[in-house]
Design a protein around this ligand. Sequence first.
Ligand code: SF4
Length: 464
Amino acid sequence: MKISSSQPLRGKYYHIKTFGCQMNENDSERMAGLLEESGAERVSSPEKSDIIIVNTCAVREKSEDKLFSYLGRLSHLGKKRDKVVGVTGCVAQLYRNSLFTKNESIDFIAGPDNYRQIVNIILEVRKEKRAATQWSRNWQNIPYESTVHENPVSSYVTIMEGCNNFCTYCVVPFTRGREKYRPVKLVLDEVKFLSSLGYKEIILLGQNVNCYQDPDTGEEFFLLLRRVTEIDGIEWIRFITSHPKNFNKNLANTMNENQKICRQLHLPVQAGSNSVLKRMKRGYTLEEYLEWIRLLKSLMPDICLSTDIIVGFPGESEKDFHKTCDLLEEVGYTNIFSFRYSPRPLSAAGRYQDSVPLETKKKRLIELQELQKKIQLRQNKQKVGRVMKVLCLGHSKKDPKIYSGRNEGYQVVNFKADRDFTGNFVMVRITSCGPYSLRGEAVNNALFSLSRINHTTESSYRKD
Ligand code: SF4
């Protein structure tokens, strides 16, 4: 690769393919920023690019398979056009140099702690095949000013990385390393910067956001959250992912007391049976989890809750599985992310006997998802007729005449409007629904500022 001075990638085109969670999406945006600072330009297809980065996820076997099938699809490009292909993210960190032998089109691999050096790694690709490194113990700051945001009004802000929990099914502590926290000042500086650019919603990210502590002062997550609410311009604040084991009243109260913090929480339970939770080493019982749910609902009756569920964990009996189904009915989640268990390398459960047959896992997953679909439809029907605040994110992918956005509960709302509300809050009257989204129409004079909208707005606009 030809090197020029301050912008060594000038004239080069790049493409990043991202698999996995919001952390990966945010990492890709940050890597894109570093590449563009160095002069590279983004293109939408790997065919037209000189640099292809595949940012990977290792949480499930399926996501790992996606990497190899994607690389297989790239094989027609060959190496004639002097392309550089890199694998980043959790699969890179997990398999390190062995990836080179699994697929010969890979030129470099870089784990999450290497992203700051991504430009140098690309430039040095011909000299050596860079291997994913060991974890740094301290926060590795990547300048946020250059981040290439996918969304013009809603942005992720990473506040911590890694995990110390070692749930027995999970590979993350081996791919993201131990917890490390971004200093409060850097978090606040980034949020202020995003506000100055016109961002209206931020989503604080981390594997365990409610374990957050400022590395210097020990300031806890709920205090950071309060400080973020003080930044002008940001109207909606969300955070993901919270661990039930580390949930506390301070956080629940902070959510309740502040209008900017969305009444929405993702609280992964994973299973509804105590014996399964114990084997997963989750660190809480079902009763303790339900205590938090009751507290949250008593403080914020309109809160939208979502969760993660694994079915078919080793030793999960039919009775255990039905306890998980009962839990879905009891909580009434707005959304769930559900998966079949698959053993992951290095994880403790990888050494357990994978005792639930594949067919049983498949059957349970379908049953669980069908149940959740009914719950969602039932709940969504109750929202028909209400008027709610929606952050409009643009046109619907399926129909360009329809706009699409998210409500405070992070539900998809598709709506008709006689003008373009993209990037703005809009009041939408819900006219119909399906299990996975709400449909409606913008009400007249629908643009509002926060001063006129608070958490009581939805009910005060109810038709009845
Ligand atoms: S809390 Fe458990 S599931 Fe979540 S990242 Fe850590 S080890 Fe994995």
